[in-house]
Design a protein around this ligand. Sequence first.
Ligand SMILES: Cc1cc2nc3c(=O)[nH]c(=O)nc-3n(C[C@H](O)[C@H](O)[C@H](O)COP(=O)(O)OP(=O)(O)OC[C@H]3O[C@@H](n4cnc5c(N)ncnc54)[C@H](O)[C@@H]3O)c2cc1C
Ligand code: SF4
Length: 329
Amino acid sequence: MMRLPRFVLHVPRTIAEAVERKASAPPDALYVAGGTDLYPNMKRRHQEPSEVIALHAVEDLRGIAEREDGGLDVGATTTLDAVARDGRVQADHPALARTMRLISTPILQNMGTLGGNLLLDTRCNYYDQNYDWRKSIDFCMKKDGTICWVAPASPRCWAVQSADSVPLLVALGAMVELVGPEGARTVPVAALYQDDGIRYLAKRRDELLTRVHLPARNGWRATYRKVRRRGAFDFPVLGVGAWIEVAPDGSVADARVVLGGVGSAPEVVEGAREALVGGSLTDASIATAADAAWKAGRPLDNTDFTLSWRKEMIRPTVARALEDLREAS
Ligand SMILES: Cc1cc2nc3c(=O)[nH]c(=O)nc-3n(C[C@H](O)[C@H](O)[C@H](O)COP(=O)(O)OP(=O)(O)OC[C@H]3O[C@@H](n4cnc5c(N)ncnc54)[C@H](O)[C@@H]3O)c2cc1C
Ligand code: SF4
């Protein structure tokens, strides 16, 4: 049986108390929300924080509120289930409500949070194993070792961004509020990530993610498509977030196609935007955008399925996502 390592648990009641606690804790201290990623990782000794700051008792981090501009603010520790059930999310962000139901299992959706999903650890076949398995291969660069078994000559880790909400929220242009000892700042969700399997987050370690700002419903459409082995539950081996803004004449005024599950950070496909903006969603423009995504996506051999099949799945999955948006008209 895998056991948690020993750690000191703090249970702050306010955002200020949580941030203060983190600032005064040892550098390896971590926040925990639902714990559906962190605790299994601690059992496998991926993360071994000496102190853990639990967020479940901070009421200000939970719940969904309407903003004056018509958008929604989702507290970081709102569970995936609560986001999926919320009538305002279902009305204005049906793609997000559906995506929550594609994450893990119904039981885990009751524990896992939106903030925890955005900050999910990157994944790799050589890393998502228990301690003894990892020890048997002399570990790898991401934790306890020196080599990358996926690309042995590589100086970096290629573990994969695998959180389902990320490609959709990046495509939507959603923002997040981060609070640290120096105050609060709001950044695009896209700015949370960097292309490195170990240092995959661009936010400062002591920053608490407090809220996700969803844009007001205003002439745009969005969708998320996921490829995985089992329909019941599995991490994505490919996730496609797609968003278009529609001009009054029905043409595409702006577009974003974002790939998840193919690299250490979400991949915004600039070529897809170029293929779509200015025209309508035709079979030809969809095929050109899907081709641009196929060229941009470079999966490596470190998740379920072969990398050549995952690469080939990019084209039809992006095309289906864009067809979703066309049918939503
Ligand atoms: C069997 C199984 C299947 C799963 N399948 C999927 C899947 O298909 N798709 C998917 O996307 N995920 C999946 N997950 C992962 C996980 O359940 C979800 O991603 C969940 O949303 C994580 O949220 P959490 O609150 O439990 O995160 P936690 O485990 O609490 O935290 C995750 C990370 O974020 C940090 N953190 C959490 N909240 C904050 C905050 N507010 N501010 C700063 N740091 C914070 C923690 O320190 C930790 O590093 C699966 C997990 C399991 C066990
Ligand atoms: S990509 Fe390489 S270094 Fe990163 S987790 Fe996998 S094997 Fe380890």
